[in-house]
Design a protein around this ligand. Structure first.
Ligand code: CP
Length: 317
């Protein structure tokens, strides 16, 4: 693995290895992510052209736990605002010997474009491009599911909400299929479903009562207004009435069904606080799992032979 741009088409062995490696970074007795020297001497540049809380912070923490030097370029105060092109920005950072670019961009395909233009020793990780892909989010979601449910094969997983604009949903569907999830459903109003979504191997529902029946895992999604034309914005109250996850709708799923959401959540729009903060919610576990998963992806992209190079001594930490 050099670049990590999508979950689509990646082999099951690789996805499983990423999950196993992420698990290996966690000290189970202390529930802490260990600090390891795998990326010592490497420089990771975080280039976020779109806002982020979870992804940017956990990539930074993950890089630091791998002992890398981390450079967070503040795009809003950078020379891109003076007209510098993306390619020139990349070349400038390469001249500073950056070894890895972690990229979030509003344009679908931006991470692929960057991967095509970097020098051969630089790795590119996609931290979300337009409505296309968010592969590390999908992998941290897979880790969260595996930790709570074990095997993927018996699971029915429902992805609910704005599927049309969601890079998370696309990456989740590819990862779930590859890892062998029993059944994948999407539940959304027709206006928020991509055309031909069935071709991805999912069952489509427009009704929560039908779609959530006997489901093991519910993945809620935010209405991604930043990618919608304003004239087509759905009414939040209408959306909540039909698709917002509250206690009553959760009762359609299995009694031990878990609730997930990539965040940021909009309380009272796609999810009720009682559910988001309730005992079946894994939303904050997802955030925590993002650190170990991003460590696993970054160390693989740098060619790391994980778990073979040991841990830092006390002094090194
Ligand atoms: N899930 C996710 O990508 O969150 P952020 O936008 O806060 O990074």
């Amino acid at each position: 693995l050099r670049h990590f741009l999508t979950t689509e088409g990646l082999p099951r062995e690789l996805l499983t290895e990423i999950l196993d490696t992420a698990d290996s970074f966690v000290d189970m007795s202390q529930q802490q992510v260990k600090k390891v020297p795998l990326l010592r001497g490497k420089t990771v540049a975080n280039l976020f052209f779109e806002n982020s809380t979870r992804t940017l912070s956990t990539f930074e923490l993950a890089a630091k736990r791998l002992s890398a030097d981390v450079l967070n370029l503040n795009i809003n105060t950078s020379s891109t605002k003076k007209g510098e092109t993306l390619k020139d920005t990349l070349m400038t950072l390469e001249a500073m010997h950056a070894d890895m670019f972690v990229v979030r961009h509003a344009d679908s395909g931006a991470a692929h474009f960057i991967a095509q233009h970097v020098t051969p020793n630089v790795a590119v990780i996609n931290a979300g491009d337009g409505r296309h892909a968010h592969p590390t989010q999908a992998m941290l979601d897979m880790l969260t599911i595996r930790r709570h449910k074990g095997d993927f094969a018996p699971l029915t997983v429902a992805i609910v909400g704005d599927i049309l604009h969601s890079r998370v949903a696309r990456s989740q569907i590819h990862a779930l299929r590859t890892l062998g999830a029993g059944e994948i459903r999407v539940i959304a109003p027709k206006t928020l479903l991509p055309r031909h979504i069935e071709a991805l191997g999912v069952k489509v529902y427009t009704d929560m009562a039908m779609g959530l029946r006997d489901v093991d895992v519910i993945m809620m999604l935010r209405l991604q207004k930043e990618r919608m034309q304003s004239a087509l914005l759905p009414s939040e109250s209408e959306f909540y009435k039909l698709y917002g996850l509250n206690r009553d709708k959760l009762a359609y799923a299995k009694p031990d069904a878990v609730v997930m959401h990539p965040g940021p959540i909009n309380r009272g729009v796609e999810i009720e606080s009682e559910v988001a903060d309730g005992p079946r919610s894994l939303i904050l576990d997802q955030v925590t799992n993002g650190i170990a998963v991003r460590m696993a992806v970054m160390s693989k992209a740098m060619g790391g032979q994980m778990a073979q190079r040991g841990e830092l001594s006390q002094e090194e930490q």
